[in-house]
Design a protein around this ligand. Structure first.
Ligand code: AQP
Length: 344
């Protein structure tokens, strides 16, 4: 396989209620990776409209996700932050990938089944084709590494399948144009750490999610210190004390979730956390977790509020980032057109 220089790409949907799962599963890793890689972080607004959105709320959510990126410490000068709809190449490449991906591949996507629910005939074509747009987001930059939560693993596998099929279907053209054996890299998912799938605080079998009707199911990045502490106090648990070993968390999803959150927020392993709290009751543990969560999340919420108060500044970051992203994506798209045989 050809050598590709390492580049990180990832996205977050502007669909409101950015939560602790988004932070621990994705944004915290975005921040870490900027020390070692060139990074492109995208507010994926084209993905948001696969489900109905109110225009004013969407606009506010785009700015909110951007504010969260900045508040968490992503450097928009050294790296790129932009919103997807400002770079038309995402949609253009997605069309090409619609013609590469097979219907059978998309039929297997569990996120579509969950989001479409029982009334699949009535879901938008965009919701169905979402993974092809996600493949285009990543491959428009020929990105090699994609930090995501566990729920995106299947979509990343499809991205790799799309890249591989494109490379194989057009191998002769790719070689003739001097791109070597492969035009697209096969991007690697980065799904690491103790909290790759943060669960609902009300039900340990359900993922923490922006769209959960219960606000008590999640900790929003914009929650006040009091609300964070209250949500943790009210989080569902079981009557047994915390175990001292990891094996003791099996069949105890709510306990495992809270231990994972503590570990991820404190940069520890779950075993480290159990060493300190194993054998103790949940009320002591919840008090410590609430203190830790407030210490880590409150400054982010405050910074987000500061950025959100200046929408012109946020919009400027997005316009500047989009220009830099477009410069990269348009080069890829030009090559793709040549590979496909389009006249330009
Ligand atoms: N619960 C989670 N635990 C760990 N990581 C998570 N992510 C989302 N939920 C969790 C990761 O956050 C990144 C951005 O996700 P997204 O907002 O683009 O889309 P999503 O996965 O559909 O998020 P939600 O909260 O579940 O939204 P709704 O309710 O609208 O479907 C991704 O890397 C994701 O893995």
């Amino acid at each position: 396989m050809a050598n590709f220089s390492e580049r990180v790409f990832s996205g977050v949907q502007p669909t409101g209620n950015l939560h602790l799962g988004n932070y621990l599963g994705a944004i915290l890793k975005f921040v870490e990776l900027q020390e070692t890689h060139d990074c492109i972080y995208c507010v994926v607004d084209l993905h948001a409209v696969t489900l109905p959105q109110k225009p004013e709320e969407l606009k506010a959510s785009i700015r909110e996700v951007t504010a969260a990126f900045l508040a968490c410490g992503i450097d928009a000068n050294k790296h790129i932050i932009f919103n997807q709809s400002q770079v038309a190449e995402h949609a253009e490449l997605a069309w090409v990938f619609n013609c590469i991906a097979r219907i059978g591949w998309l039929n297997r996507m569990t996120q579509f089944k969950e989001k479409a629910g029982k009334d699949r005939e009535n879901a938008s074509v965009g919701l169905y084709a979402y993974p092809c747009l996600m493949a285009a987001d990543i491959l428009a930059y020929r990105a090699t590494h994609v930090p995501v939560g566990e729920d995106q693993k299947q979509h990343l596998e499809l991205t790799r399948d799309v890249a591989q099929k494109f490379n194989l279907d057009y191998a002769a053209s790719i070689a003739a144009l001097g791109f070597g054996e492969a035009f697209f890299p096969l991007p690697q998912p980065l799904i690491q750490g103790p909290a790759t799938r943060v669960m609902s605080l009300r039900d340990g079998s359900k993922k923490m999610s922006k769209s959960d009707v219960s606000d008590y199911s999640r900790i929003n990045l914009t929650d006040s210190a009091d609300v964070i502490a209250q949500k943790i106090r009210k989080a569902k648990t079981d009557p047994a004390p915390l175990p001292s070993e990891i094996e003791g968390l099996k069949q105890r999803p709510e306990a495992e979730n809270l231990v994972s959150i503590f570990a991820a927020l404190n940069g520890q392993t779950k075993q480290d956390v159990l060493k300190d709290f194993g054998g103790g009751n949940f009320s002591t543990f919840k008090t410590a977790l609430a203190e830790l969560a407030v210490e880590k999340l409150s400054p982010i919420g405050a910074e987000m509020a500061r950025f959100k108060a200046d929408p012109a500044f946020i919009d400027g970051i997005l316009v500047d980032g989009a220009a830099r992203a477009r410069a990269l994506a348009s080069k890829t798209m030009t090559c793709v057109k040549d590979i496909l045989g389009f006249v330009r």
